[in-house]
Design a protein around this ligand. Structure first.
Ligand SMILES: [Zn+2]
Length: 70
């Protein structure tokens, strides 16, 4: 008789779940979002409706860096 808890699968982190404000699609940050690589980080798009979910900055600290206008 085995009664051990299986730890091979991480429990879902509800706090980390992202939601689409447009269509209600929900998934973990590592889920099925369309991740686009942009100049200052990553943009998560909804796979269902294409709505932008979140913009993850590549740098966390407050930066004085501004994109040059050429
Ligand atoms: Zn959506």
């Amino acid at each position: 008789m085995t009664s051990y808890v299986d730890h091979h699968d991480r429990p879902p982190d509800r706090k980390a779940t992202l939601f689409c404000q447009q269509c209600g699609h929900s998934s973990a940050p590592s889920g099925d979002w369309i991740v686009r690589d942009v100049v200052d980080g990553y943009v998560y798009d909804c796979p269902d409706c294409g709505h932008e979910i979140t913009h993850r900055k590549r740098f966390d600290r407050t930066s004085s860096w501004v994109p040059a206008d050429d």
